[in-house]
Ligand binder design. Structure first.
Ligand code: SAH
Length: 349
């Protein structure tokens, strides 16, 4: 194996940072021995912080109405073919109850930016969950809101917030989003969430249209500087009824490489092997875990909602993606040497 690559990986592991050139050369390397060393280093680092435990989060996709029009996303407002749904509070609490019985101690509420769920509804929902499940973490992933709203959700009992930055290049952001959305505003939201005291997750798609290796380097430099508690990355997968319907999907291998790089950069980070990674490659989730990921987010939504929350073509929601099959998931993790635990799974740091 090339000593130069080996020393770049060691430097990242020791200093948790690289120059732009360093990241670029790792991204451009396809030498199997180097990639293996990267993966192994990331796995060692993650074991030193989290051992062999995998945290699970129960994902409740509660609305696919969205006022935004992100060009990649299957639930964008212009997609007239999307069958819309929203769950009422009682349904959402029912999902949480089923999840709690299965052992989930983190609930992730994700949705489009649906004006029906105004602050009062979100606050009522978070308060009800907080009161019923004082021992659980509540994660929100409902997009860009005013700072006061984020503060009010936090005060009602939300602990964590996922808001992928999508791409750290303003120029690239502009090609993935309509003009009314800006990277600057997305970043302001991320800063506000962090200041309020949330455990915050940023993240990006791998292989999104027009993405270059330089864009990925910018993403990595942003993650390095922002120091999030969580990073969500998954391959871009086209959705047939969007303007990006005929673009190619991102690569599983590149996603896995990025999981390892991010683990070395942020040893304590909570890093999911995402549904998109499991969708693009049959063994994607396992490979992600072996490369440094330590979180899996099975789906707790009612089956009908799952089918309609179609962010991209063929999004997985059955089998081990389904919360009710937690036992199968547990077995598949044991088979590769890891174990699922069902506590809150907070950030260690
Ligand atoms: N409205 C929320 C949740 C968005 S959906 C928000 O704005 O944060 C969650 C994530 O799915 C997005 O952040 C995006 O990165 C990802 N996603 C959307 N469309 C996708 C696609 N076609 N392929 C892969 N990931 C996609």
């Amino acid at each position: 194996m090339s000593a130069a690559y080996c020393s770049i990986i060691d430097r990242l592991r020791e200093t948790h940072a690289l120059s732009e050139e360093g990241y670029l050369s790792l991204m451009q390397c396809s030498d199997a021995a180097v990639l293996d060393y990267l993966r192994q280093s990331a796995d060692e680092v993650r074991r030193s912080v989290y051992g062999t435990t995998i945290y699970v989060r129960g994902l409740i996709e509660f609305t696919n109405y969205c006022k935004n029009d992100c060009l990649y996303c299957g639930i964008r407002r212009s997609n007239r073919c999307a069958e819309r749904f929203r769950l009422e509070e009682a349904d959402i609490l029912g999902c949480a109850e089923a999840g709690y019985r299965l052992g989930f101690r983190t609930f992730v509420l994700q949705g489009g930016e649906d004006p029906y769920f105004d602050d009062k509804k979100v606050i009522d929902l978070v308060s009800a969950l907080r009161k019923t499940y004082p021992d659980c973490a509540i994660t929100l992933s409902i997009g860009e809101k005013p700072r006061e709203s984020y503060q009010a959700y936090f005060d009602a009992g939300a602990d964590r917030y996922l808001l992928r930055h999508e791409t750290a290049s303003a120029e690239h952001y502009g090609r993935l989003h309509p003009p009314e959305l800006s990277l600057r505003h997305r970043m302001e939201c991320l800063e506000a969430l962090k200041e309020i005291g949330y455990q915050v997750g940023c993240g990006f798609m791998v292989g999104s249209p027009y993405q270059t290796p330089q864009h990925i380097v910018q993403d990595l430099k942003f993650v390095e500087a922002f120091r999030p508690h969580m990073v969500g990355i998954g391959p871009f997968i086209p959705h047939k009824d969007t303007p990006f319907g005929s673009f190619e999907a991102g690569s599983a291998q590149e996603t896995i490489k990025l999981l390892s790089i991010i683990r070395l950069m942020l040893p304590n980070v909570l890093l999911p092997a995402t549904t998109a990674l499991g969708t693009i490659a049959g063994d994607g989730r396992e490979k992600g875990i072996l490369a440094g990921a330590n979180v899996i987010m099975p789906n707790l939504s009612p089956p009908d909602a799952r089918k309609k929350y179609m962010l991209y073509n063929d999004k997985l929601s059955a089998g081990e993606e389904a919360a009710e099959h937690l036992l199968e998931l547990k077995r598949s993790m044991v088979a590769i040497g890891y174990e699922i635990v069902t506590d809150r799974g907070d950030y260690k740091g």
